[in-house]
Design a protein around this ligand. Structure first.
Ligand code: PLP
Length: 397
């Protein structure tokens, strides 16, 4: 390994919290679907900063927007009106089923806001109901409330006791959700496609059934679109595939093309916050929102959702061919550019490491699962390049 890489690895080991198992490269530059390490080696980025760099790296529209805004106004408080915040609010509301928005700084923070909104609504409109039903194997963030909402006990253990008011039931199991509902329930919170646990799609009938159940019982439906939203699955928002509208939904990740941001959006009927109920020093700041306006308007103008659908279908076909050639690939899943495949053996992390050595960045979401969430601007040539490397590595065993 190059000495300079070793230097940064040693610094990390010495000073950084022991939170990440990092891949052994130091990335210093990005452009389009590629990133470069400090030795000048390039890598095809099939994970896009984990579904963040939706326009690829350093897209000119995002770079220009940040540069222009940085010269004009980087930050002020939410006690004043700022233009990029209102432009991004208008863009997202006019292109979704929501009526109101609040900007946060991350996905977890967006979900925290959605949870608070649902709890306040429950207090006002459902006799003090506060419980939120989520799904097993979901992922909603790393703050205490969003961890409690995350249906993966392995993430809870070190931090117990978890905040009260959350319970998770198996995904795609409407009866389980019905059985879990009580007078304490105020909302159901789901990912339309579970990302972190390895790209698991909700059944259409399930989502339709959940919506109907929430209507019958007077519950709010919250969709976490943090990973699957903003064009990735072939629609601007993933729930649009199902003709089902949530009462509240959350966005983050790709919303500002790589600049930290999050948002929760709600229908008027459940927008029950009043002054003082919620706030954020940085949320909705001019710099992030200017990047957000550039990113979202590019996604819409260039119809990147349709592009994701087309390239995603191509990639899924290629993954299915790969599965036919390699029995070790046991299942292939995906919608648009949210893709994964399972392996019979626990070789996913080793495969991702070998792929890195061959210039392709993949993500192992578990010992047997590889996920790909590339930039939405990716083309068939890049898909072919990634598949060829995976094919070769699987052939070598
Ligand atoms: C569906 C979903 N919700 C929430 C989060 C948390 O977002 P953040 O890491 O920005 O807090 C993630 C992150 O992976 C996610 O995939």
């Amino acid at each position: 390994m190059a000495l300079v890489t070793q230097h940064w690895q040693e610094l990390e080991k010495k000073y950084y919290m022991r939170t990440f198992n990092r891949m052994p490269v130091v990335l210093v530059r990005g452009e389009g679907c590629r990133v470069w390490d400090e030795q000048g080696e390039s890598y095809l980025d099939m994970v896009a900063g984990l579904a963040v760099n939706v326009l690829g790296h350093c897209h000119p529209a995002v770079v220009d927007a940040i540069t222009r805004q940085a010269r004009q106004l980087i930050h002020t408080t939410n006690l004043y009106y700022t233009i990029p915040q209102l432009e991004l609010a208008q863009l997202l509301i006019e292109n979704s089923c929501a009526d109101r928005i609040f900007f946060a700084n991350s996905g977890a923070e967006a979900n925290e806001g959605a949870i608070k909104l649902a709890r306040k609504w429950g207090r006002l409109k459902r006799g003090g109901a506060y419980e939120i039903i989520t799904a097993t194997d979901s992922f909603h963030g790393r703050t205490l409330a969003t961890l409690a909402a995350t249906g993966q006990p392995k993430y809870h253990k070190p931090f117990e006791p978890m905040p009260a008011g959350f319970l998770s039931v198996p995904y795609n199991d409407l009866d389980a959700l019905k059985r879990a509902t009580s007078e304490r329930t105020c909302a159901v919170m789901l990912e339309v496609i579970q990302g972190e646990s390895g790209v698991h799609l909700a059944d259409h009938d399930y989502l339709v059934g959940v919506r109907r159940w929430c209507d019958e019982q007077g519950l709010l439906l919250i969709f976490d679109e943090i990973q699957c939203g903003l064009g990735r699955t072939g629609r601007f928002l993933a729930f649009e595939h199902h003709g089902v509208e949530p009462d509240i939904f959350t966005l983050a990740k790709g919303l500002a093309g790589g600049v930290p941001i999050g948002a929760f959006l709600a229908k008027e009927a459940c927008s029950v916050f009043e002054p003082g109920d919620h706030g954020s020093t940085f949320g909705g700041g001019p710099l992030a929102c200017a990047a957000g306006v550039a990113t979202v308007s590019t996604i819409l103008r260039e119809n990147l959702a349709a592009h994701s659908a087309e390239i995603g279908a191509y990639a899924l076909g290629k993954l299915r061919e790969l599965q036919a050639r390699h029995p070790v690939v046991t299942e292939v899943r995906g919608l648009g550019l949210m893709l994964a495949f399972d392996l019979a053996d626990e070789i996913a992390p080793a495969l991702a490491l070998k792929a890195l050595g061959r210039g392709v960045i993949l993500n192992a979401t578990g010992p047997r699962t590889i996920r790909m969430v590339p930039p939405l601007i990716i083309g068939t040539a890049e898909v072919d390049e990634a598949i060829a490397v995976i094919d070769d590595l699987l052939r070598q065993g």
